[in-house]
Design a protein. Structure first.
Ligand code: PLP
Length: 412
């Protein structure tokens, strides 16, 4: 009995093909073209004996691939989540196969180089000198505010009421008081309401979540530390037509950008960048005995998101990436123009960073929203009233088709 068990275990460990390349993997890729449609209920209990990979994939494909918002559909314009270029599907697969860890140089020689190269290429657009990738701008913002607190001894955080909720989270975690400055009706920080900033970290937003507004960057330099949350709007810096909207960002102390938004990356990818990386890194680095180099930032183990981004930057080039960003900005502008032409529709403001906000006065926007195709538009609240919001993250969206659906719903 004992012997048999022993033999079974060694047999498994030597011949376990679950960790090696197999042609069955092609099936998974093929599912991206056309997923099996037959939906079989998931097992309600954790199976004792596994189904095996192929059967598991066939069972899961209709669920995973079928039960998902299609972010590349011509009417998808509701959220900040872009479709991803297929080159990142390929590199994501490679990354999963290798499972490199950016925490250890030894496990991730090229992955580290890839991240360094990506930063080298992108930092100049923001006037920053160093930084690292992390899994989202929630963490990028927290990392930057942590650096601000411990390297410049800021005592409080000042941000507008339209700042992303990650700023309030960071303030709470860092035990720093948060002063929330009222905004204008459009959602930018109301400069007239700002007091002394001498002991503060000022957070300015480039592309607010609700309305896509950009705070006044001429405030940069007045606080102990200025952080720009450019999670959404940051990539506009890579274009020629929209870069100037963020001019002044290069004077900030730190900048956060979500690559899984306007850089079209799969989650989880963001950049936190510093004007003075040696000062910042000193505040946010920990060296453990088993680490060859200090662990910089919040995350310990983290994946090779830089590989995906590098692949995209090389495949598209700066010109190709800028074209896609320009394209989504154009979609939002044309959408805004089309909406403005409708007498019954009130546009909040011309879109600055691809976010178009409007409403139909005298109509319940919550109800109206329900009549539109799912994933086309989202709701937002401005001065206690519901408005509709579209976010141009999808270069394949068709603004005419979206306008048609809005007009149709408005008529019905
Ligand atoms: C999306 C967003 C964040 C949070 O970024 P995640 O990548 O979702 O963690 C922070 N600030 C702004 C302005 C955002 O748009």
């Amino acid at each position: 009995m004992f012997l048999r068990r022993f033999i079974l275990v060694t047999y498994m460990s030597n011949k376990d093909t679950s960790f090696s390349y197999t042609d069955e993997l092609q099936e998974a890729v093929e599912c991206l073209r056309a997923a099996p449609e037959k939906l079989i209920e998931l097992p309600s209990k954790y199976p004792h004996r596994g189904l095996g990979e192929s059967a598991a994939l066939r069972l899961l494909a209709p669920h995973i691939l079928g039960d998902a918002a299609k972010l590349d559909s011509e009417r998808a314009l509701a959220h900040m989540d872009p479709p991803t270029p297929w080159i990142t599907w390929a590199t994501t697969l490679w990354n999963a196969r290798l499972n490199q860890n950016l925490l250890h140089e030894a496990t991730a020689p090229f992955a580290m180089k890839a991240e360094e190269r990506v930063l080298e290429w992108l930092l100049p657009f923001f006037g920053m000198s160093g930084g690292h990738m992390c899994s989202g701008s929630t963490l990028a913002n927290l990392t930057a505010l942590w650096a601000a607190r411990d390297s410049r001894q800021v005592r409080r955080i000042v941000a507008s009421e339209a700042a992303h909720l990650s700023i309030a989270k960071a303030a709470r975690m860092l035990s720093l008081p948060l002063e929330q400055i009222p905004t204008t009706r459009y959602g930018n920080i109301d400069i007239s309401q700002i007091g002394s900033l001498s002991d503060a970290c000022l957070v300015l937003t480039a592309g607010t979540t609700s309305t896509g507004e950009i705070d006044a960057f001429d405030l940069i330099g007045q606080a102990q530390w200025t952080h720009v949350d450019a999670a959404w709007g940051g990539p506009l810096r890579l274009t020629t037509s929209h870069a100037a909207k963020l001019s002044g960002i290069e004077k900030a102390d730190s900048v956060a950008v979500s690559a899984h938004k306007l850089l079209f990356q799969p989650k989880e990818a963001a950049l936190v960048m510093f004007a003075n990386p040696s000062l910042a890194n000193e505040a946010i680095s920990f060296g453990g005995g088993y680490l060859a180099s200090p662990n910089i930032g919040i995350q310990g183990s983290r994946g090779a998101a830089g590989v995906n981004l590098l692949a995209t930057l090389i495949a598209f080039g700066q010109y190709g990436l800028a074209q896609r960003i320009d394209r989504v900005m154009e979609i939002s502008q044309k959408l805004a123009d089309g909406l403005e032409a409708e007498s019954s529709i009130e546009l909040l403001a011309p879109p600055k960073t691809g976010v178009t906000v409007f409403r139909i006065p005298n109509l319940d926007m919550q109800k109206f929203h329900k009549t539109l195709p799912v994933g086309m538009l989202s709701l937002c609240v401005i001065e206690n009233e519901y408005w509709l919001r579209s976010v141009a993250a999808n270069p394949l969206a068709d603004e005419q088709s979206i306008l048609k659906a809005i007009r149709q719903a408005n008529r019905d």
